[in-house]
Design a binder for this molecule. Structure first.
Ligand code: TRP
Length: 450
């Protein structure tokens, strides 16, 4: 088996950490985490989410990076070769396929929301939010998403810039994220300062951290678990393909812990910014995907230099979304290059086109198609539920089973090369039993079997 990837390698451990953190930190942390927390009643949801990160997310992320580095190819080909090496069925390559499809589907709506963030760069910079009331801010958002042409234009632009970076390959990804993550962190901390000062901070903190289990149902638990996968970019091969470009001497365990801490910190900070603003302005925490677009502009409209910070914030959010979307499409692009001997450029054009087309469904689901529903869900809701709540946990379950039960113990021990034997023992316990059983219990619970 070749030990180097044909697509290149990260130049250092730091480069991998930045790229993987760039993939993990994105709209999931700043846009999705607050609104699903709001919809699911706060504290109990956050607690379940954090537990899933620890017991499921971290061990599975280690497994994904490990499989990727061992296989050194796109997830489809990696899984096929590793299954062969372990003397198991080539059908495991299906795991890679499901990942490719999940990546397309997620990117198709991710790009639409990233388009909203781009549009907000322009809006905040123009100063329309200066002195705006909560109602005014809500109206501006309502008018914006009611306009399919605008949403489509921004969605198209986002797809184009994403594909341009992907076309340049691994090195292109590296440079994009180096300054971004620290800058985003600084501005978030600044915004927490605003919320402490002007928001209902105490109320926001209680909402986030005081669990009330009567407020969360089995579907909420599934959403929390699904989000643990979504926010860490797990379950579809994104982190696997990034692992494929990881130099052999880098320690996987500590690297994964750093990435998970950074990702969780950004989500919690975003919550600490948003909920105090929600409560101080009498807004509804469960108002859905528009939550950050209906709350943050209030802060920017009232703080000193608000338009400047606001513009900067949305620029950084766009960059964060950008560095995430790259990883959503990389498994597909890597496969097209390997198996269809396409150039990266051609592969990107095809992948971008398909994603763009599917994305139109999401664009329309916020306006003229808002009433077209199956099981009370719009096109966007269905895509989100299918990918985050079903495909990613299923993919993650298979990854755990493969790494824990199919792959030979010597191989995983050697590839992970953890410093202490007990750490490996804990990981193996988690990956063989705890993570898969937890995923299965949550699934069974939702369909009402337990
Ligand atoms: N983790 C990203 C976020 O939180 C989204 C993302 C990027 C993703 N790559 C992924 C989600 C792969 C699932 C799988 O915004």
């Amino acid at each position: 088996m070749s030990k180097n990837s044909q697509h290149g390698q990260w130049s250092s451990r730091l480069a991998f950490v930045l790229a993987a953190t760039g993939s993990a930190v994105g709209l999931g942390n700043i846009w999705k985490f607050p609104y699903i927390t709001g919809e699911n009643g706060g504290g109990a949801f956050v607690l379940v989410y954090l537990t899933c990160i620890l017991a499921i997310g971290i061990p599975i992320m280690m497994a994904e990076v490990m499989l990727g580095r061992r296989g050194r190819q796109s997830p489809v080909n990696t899984m096929r070769d590793l299954a062969k090496e372990a003397g198991s069925s080539p059908l495991w390559s299906w795991l890679g396929w499901v990942g490719v499809v999940a990546g397309f589907l997620i990117l198709s709506y991710y790009s639409v929301i990233a388009g909203w963030a781009m549009a907000y760069v322009v809006r905040v910079a123009s100063g329309v939010f200066e002195g705006a009331t909560a109602d005014g801010v809500s109206n501006i958002f309502g008018q914006f998403i009611a306009d399919p042409e605008k949403l489509l234009a921004w969605h198209s632009l986002f797809i184009i810039v994403t594909m341009l970076v992907v076309a340049r390959g691994v090195k292109g990804l590296e440079r994009t994220v180096k300054f971004l993550m620290p800058a985003l962190l600084v501005i978030l901390v600044l915004l927490v300062g605003y919320s402490m000062d002007q928001g209902a901070f105490q109320q926001g903190v209680s909402f986030l951290f005081e669990p009330d289990f009567s407020k969360i149902d089995s579907d909420g638990v599934l959403t929390a678990m699904g989000h643990a996968f979504f926010t860490l970019s797990l379950g579809m091969g994104a982190i696997m393909v990034y692992g494929a470009y990881l130099p052999s001497n880098v320690s996987i365990g500590s690297t994964v812990i750093i990435i998970s801490i950074a990702d969780t910190a950004v989500a919690l900070l975003a919550g600490l910014v948003i909920f105090p603003i929600v409560f101080a302005n009498g807004l509804e925490p469960g108002s859905g995907p528009g939550l950050i677009f209906q709350t943050l502009p209030i802060a920017f409209g009232h703080m000193a230099y608000g338009s400047l910070f606001g513009t900067l914030f949305f620029v950084l959010l766009v960059f964060a979304a950008w560095s995430s979307s790259i990883s959503l499409i990389e498994p597909a692009v890597a496969w097209l290059v390997e198996n269809k001997s396409m150039s990266r450029m051609r592969a990107c054009i095809w992948a971008g086109l398909v994603t763009w087309l599917v994305g139109i469904g999401t664009v329309l689901s916020f306006n003229i198609g808002a009433d077209i529903k199956f099981f009370d869900k719009t096109f966007f809701d269905i895509l989100d539920y299918l990918t985050a709540n079903i495909m990613l946990p299923l993919g993650g379950l298979c990854i755990a089973l493969f790494a824990g039960w199919v792959m030979k113990k010597e191989v995983s021990a050697n590839e992970l090369s953890l410093k202490h034997a007990w750490v490996y023992a804990v990981w193996r316990l988690l990956i063989r039993f705890v993570s898969p059983i937890a995923v299965i219990i949550v699934f069974l619970n939702v369909v009402g079997l337990i």
